[in-house]
Ligand binder design. Structure first.
Ligand code: AHR
Length: 325
């Protein structure tokens, strides 16, 4: 082999190694130990849904042989930004995160992009128009979830003309599920003027805050017909407030929630919640599959939707024995 050819061959091998370097994606992140390292920034531990999601991600990483660097942001964007910067410094192979709010990610995601570390959005989206900042977004259609909640309500009050006073417990202010579940619900009920949202406030997706805000709603409004809570936990907190006020949840005040975690499903089976729109937290296995593909340089769809259903009380009773979370 001539000197020129052997130099070219060495060069080609080096380029190939740089492009495919296992565990190193495009060669920027990770070590060359053949193992994928994922930096994962979780929102926090605010709800039963979140706990189930964390378990799903941790278990799936272990099963997929992916080393997980897990960071809990305690519902604070600045903590997530710090975690992402640390993952970039650590040269992980892939970063996945569930953004606590929709806005304000461009700067840190550009840093990851410049370091050639691919990013996967999981569970929640960001509102940046620059979609090159992430490879894919895996999660639910939150607008659709809000619409499903509204559609149940419209059916429930079909043929009735009296005003229906609704109070709404919103999720974390500025988060994708809070924005989208509010908008989807509003879009469906606006067709009929008898539906009035008389109060709407954040309960931060937690049981404690849901209870606190519901107490205030009950003091301010004597005639609440319906509670729409953006997750089960806030609905469960509100149930405590409703019972403490001497009213029957599910009867005096109809309740719609989102998630379908075990405690929510139990309350639905007991008749304290009337309808639940499912939001699946079991994203771990799909996330790991996507991570492997992204690190290997394979193309992945820009949007991967989660499959979900809805539950009535009877359906909750049937599903509960098999419910994993
Ligand atoms: O982003 C998903 C939402 O976040 C869940 O519906 C809620 O329970 C969680 O805290």
């Amino acid at each position: 082999m001539s000197k020129t050819w052997s130099a070219a061959l060495v060069g080609a091998v080096l380029v190939a190694a740089t492009l495919t370097g296992c565990g190193g994606g495009d060669g920027a992140g990770g070590t060359d130990d053949g193992k994928i390292t994922m930096g994962f920034s979780q929102v926090g531990a605010e709800s039963g849904w979140r706990t189930a999601n964390t378990t799903s991600v941790r278990t799936a990483a272990q099963e997929a042989g992916i080393e997980l660097k897990f960071s809990d942001a305690q519902q604070k964007q600045e903590n997530q930004i710090k975690a992402i910067r640390t993952f970039v410094q650590q040269k992980v192979d892939v970063i996945a995160f569930s953004p606590v709010v929709e806005s304000g990610w461009d700067t840190v995601l550009k840093e990851a992009k410049n370091a050639k570390i691919p990013v996967i959005l999981t569970d929640r989206a960001i509102d940046s128009p620059d979609t090159s900042l992430y490879q894919t977004f895996l999660g639910s259609d939150f607008v659709l979830e809000g619409k499903k909640a509204g559609e149940w309500l419209v059916k429930e009050y079909e043929g009735k003309s009296d005003p229906v006073n609704i109070v709404e417990l919103q999720g974390t202010t500025g988060s994708a599920p809070a924005n989208d579940r509010r908008d989807g619900f509003a879009e469906v009920i606006k067709a009929d003027p008898k539906f009035k949202v008389v109060a709407s406030q954040t309960g931060e997706f937690t049981r404690a805050k849901g209870k606190e805000v519901m107490e205030a709603f009950l003091k301010a409004h004597a005639d609440i017909d319906v509670l729409y809570a953006h997750n089960d936990d806030m609905g469960l907190g509100a149930i405590e407030a409703i019972e403490a006020a001497g009213k029957k949840p599910g009867v005096d005040i109809k309740i719609i929630t989102v998630d379908a975690v075990r405690d929510g499903m139990q309350a639905l089976a007991d008749g304290k919640i009337n309808f639940i729109v499912e939001c699946s937290p079991l994203l771990g296995p799909q996330l790991m599959d996507l991570a492997k593909k992204v690190v290997a340089g394979e193309s992945v769809p820009k949007r991967v939707l989660t499959e979900e259903t809805v539950f009535t009380s009877e359906q909750a009773k049937a599903a509960l024995p098999e419910r994993k979370y």
